[in-house]
Design a protein around this ligand. Structure first.
Ligand code: UD1
Length: 426
């Protein structure tokens, strides 16, 4: 299995370009099912998760043509013949369940594997199912699969608009329900909806297909169902979490690193925390920032993850690396996922002093980290140990990097371009 070998202590400088957002591209691909026509999606990140979603769509009978060099996908969903998301693919990538809403809306039925737990804890899909149920679908669970179809007693062919109050602003549930609602009969209102910028991107994509959605950017989305949607041509927004990862790398060991396609309006609270730590961030224009690390060790601060516009849980492992060598004691609180601290022991193996107490970590900043063999436990935890390797003294070997490759396109190449000493080994 492949790994990264990182020789720490190099100063990063130069320019890095951020790719399209994974967490938008996957949803736009799923939403392409809603039309019987063709969609063209550009600025798609070429990462494992996108390839898995392409495989998922192909399994349904969708034709997907990928131009990896140009980062473009052409999707023709006119001949879907198998409305089923297999366990093999849902297990590999939970976002596969995002095909459920579109398939249900277009074909009145779907069979989708129950995802099960993952490395950041139990991840329910009850809110997705409750939403479908409110719109007139009925479901049963058998042999690890959810069979869902539109109830004949509620009119048969089409889902019915409904008012859906989410218990928690789940991104996946907001997206799945919204995609189901765009072809429903009547008006659907989703209250306590997730507000992440990627949700906005999906709203814009659906509107460009002919959907009628208002309330964009707020916690209440109103969707007036339409009879059909057409194909579209759309460019994916830049990835804020990828941007945050390189900004953090530059904030630890960078000098005037220019990060392009970093939409700072999506990263406000992250920037606020980095500034508290002492990272020097200069907003060059709406898509570009210049970042340098503090001359000495940064300052401790406290961080609490929350749904947008709160501090993003996906950047929690990333900022923890910065805090691991900051002066003083920091507390990081994880409020979105139940078990997102698996990587802490890896940082401690590199010399960090971090204690876990329930859903908090107490980080007593150390002078320096030292290179060690470490594992990537999941996508963002994996990126965190790579960042730790960049500042550690000596050599860090990161194994299980397939987790990282699920969501970062050529992370080794991009870091190397900034002057890091990192290589991929088999
Ligand atoms: C998405 C992102 C992921 C990010 C997360 C939170 C994608 C592909 N992934 O995941 O990178 O970390 O948002 O910002 O976009 N929950 C329930 N019931 C449900 C749905 C969710 O209890 O039906 C809980 C989950 O267990 C979790 C929390 O809600 O604790 C957040 O989940 P959600 O916002 O749905 O995250 P995802 O869409 O899965």
């Amino acid at each position: 299995m492949a790994g990264f070998i990182i020789n720490g202590g190099k100063t990063l400088t130069g320019r890095v370009i951020i790719d399209g957002a994974k967490n938008s591209a996957l949803k736009l691909m799923a939403a392409s099912i809603l039309t019987g026509g063709r969609t063209r999606i550009s600025n798609v990140p070429i990462i494992e998760d996108v390839l898995t979603m392409a495989e998922m769509l192909q399994g349904l009978g969708v034709k997907v043509r990928a131009d990896q060099k140009e980062k473009i996908l052409e999707i023709d969903s006119s001949n879907i013949n198998n409305p089923e998301a297999s366990y093999e693919l849902v297990r590999k990538m939970r976002a596969s369940i995002l095909v459920a809403g579109p398939l249900l809306a277009r074909f009145g039925q779907v069979k989708v594997a129950i995802p099960g737990g993952c490395n950041i804890g139990s991840r329910q899909i009850d809110l997705h199912l409750k939403g479908f149920e409110s719109m007139g679908a009925i479901y049963s669970i058998e042999h690890g699969y959810i069979n869902c179809h539109i109830s004949r007693s509620k009119g048969g062919g089409r889902l019915k608009g409904a008012v859906i109050d989410l218990d928690f602003p789940s991104r996946g549930a907001t997206e799945n329900i919204m995609m189901a609602a765009v072809l429903a009969d009547g008006r659907t209102i989703i209250n306590n909806a997730a507000m992440e910028p990627e949700i906005d991107d999906l709203v814009k994509f659906l509107i460009s297909m002919g959907a009628d959605i208002s309330g964009q950017g707020t916690a209440s989305l109103t969707i007036e169902g339409v009879d059909c949607l057409s194909g579209t041509d759309y460019s994916v927004m830049p990835d804020s979490i990828e941007a945050g990862t390189y900004i953090a790398a530059a904030g630890m060991c960078g000098s005037d690193v220019i990060i392009e396609n970093a939409r700072h309006e999506n990263l406000e609270i992250f920037f606020l925390k980095l500034k508290e730590i002492g990272v020097d961030i200069d907003v060059v224009d709406e898509n570009t920032v210049k970042v340098s690390s503090p001359e000495k060790r940064g300052r401790a601060t406290n961080v609490s993850t929350l749904p947008y516009p709160g501090f993003p849980t996906d950047l929690q492992p990333i900022i923890t690396v910065l805090l691991s060598t900051a002066k003083g004691v920091s507390i990081v609180t994880e409020n979105v996922f139940e078990n997102r601290f698996m990587y802490i022991d890896e940082l401690n193996r590199m010399g960090a002093n971090i204690k876990i107490d329930g859903h908090h970590t107490v980080i007593d900043g150390v002078e320096k980290l030292s290179g060690a063999p470490v594992r990537a436990f999941d996508l963002r935890a994996g990126a965190a140990v790579v960042l730790a390797g960049l500042i550690a003294e000596g050599v860090t070997e990161v194994s299980d990097i397939f987790h990282i490759q699920r969501g970062y396109s050529d992370i080794a190449g991009k870091l190397k371009g900034l002057g890091a000493d990192i290589r991929v080994v088999k």
